[in-house]
Design a protein around this ligand. Structure first.
Ligand code: ADP
Ligand code: MG
Length: 274
């Protein structure tokens, strides 16, 4: 039997804001295996609850009910040292990662902060080596980027740097929320390839969140399709996409004509970053 890295059980999240109640997740359960390392895709159109699920796993959002377990322990009950380990083992890559960073800081700082926080290196030389190794994994040389500011980099460089930054900690799981929806096709292919290599060569599992089923088909091992906060279909990614069972999944996958022009799959407002 495969080792379970992350297990979400019956996750429900209800938001209350300005007198309105939104059920963003309704009883969602899923499993991400550790070995073999797995790319589990969460797919669904805008508003289906994908980011809420990612944020719950990353600890940015509390579930209303249900549990998230990491290697068999409910993350709500982790001790302080287990929390630190979890924050190291589970990294995030977002759609527009630099939205949250100070534009005046150099790229080097993104790495230095982590090296300090997690005490990854004993010396400056060791730190430099770690950073260089992480950048190499995504096909970038340090001298190209480290002394630049975020705005001096292309979207593809930024996204690869975020992947390198996540890799620096040698995580077990990377939660990637729409990591390629803001980059062009050739960079998308490069980033997806990095994910495959991290899975195969470094044993890192992914929760890959996307509204684009073609990329889920390309790199996904498992897929979970969300619709209105509900899990409507799950299975091996290629099987599900080739032969969806649920009516809405069929609609999304395009195997039957779309009757309502407002329902479109390959489109998501970019204001949803993070
Ligand atoms: P996705 O990432 O699939 O686009 P989200 O998880 O961002 O979906 O959103 C799911 C639902 O929850 C949407 O209806 C959204 O408007 C709502 N929602 C998300 N975050 C909040 C919040 N902080 N407060 C209130 N409602 C929210
Ligand atoms: Mg989202």
């Amino acid at each position: 039997m495969a080792d379970v890295l992350l297990e979400v059980e019956d996750a429900t999240k209800t938001y209350h804001s300005r007198g309105e109640t939104t059920a963003a997740l309704k009883g969602v359960s899923l499993v991400v295996d550790e070995s073999p390392a797995t790319i589990a895709c969460i797919a669904g159109e805008s508003g289906s609850g994908k980011t809420t699920l990612a944020n719950s796993i990353l600890g940015f959002t509390q579930l209303t009910s249900g549990t998230i377990s990491y290697r068999g322990t409910n993350i709500a009950t982790l001790t302080r040292s287990q929390q630190l380990e979890y924050r190291r083992d589970v990294q995030a890559v977002f759609q527009d990662p630099f939205g949250v960073y100070n534009p005046f800081y150099r790229i080097r700082r993104l790495f230095d902060v982590l090296i300090k926080r997690f005490r990854l290196a004993q010396s400056k030389a060791e730190a430099r080596e770690l950073i260089e190794e992480a950048l190499n994994v995504v096909g970038i040389r340090g001298e190209e980027v480290l002394d630049k500011n975020p705005h001096q980099l292309s979207g593809g460089q930024r996204q690869r740097i975020m992947m390198a930054r996540a890799y620096l900690l040698k995580p077990r799981l990377i939660v990637a929320d729409e990591p390629v929806s803001m980059v062009d096709a050739s960079l998308r292919a490069m980033i997806l390839d990095v994910m495959l290599r991290l899975r195969d060569e470094r044993g890192i599992s992914f929760l890959y969140i996307t509204h684009d089923l073609s990329t889920a088909y390309q790199i996904g091992d498992d897929i979970y399709i969300l619709y209105g906060g509900e899990l409507i279909e799950q299975g091996r990614a290629q099987e599900v996409i080739e032969n969806p069972q649920h009516e809405y999944a069929k609609l999304l996958i395009g195997s039957i004509p779309v009757p309502d022009p407002s329902i479109r799959w390959n489109r998501e407002p970019h204001s949803q970053a993070g």
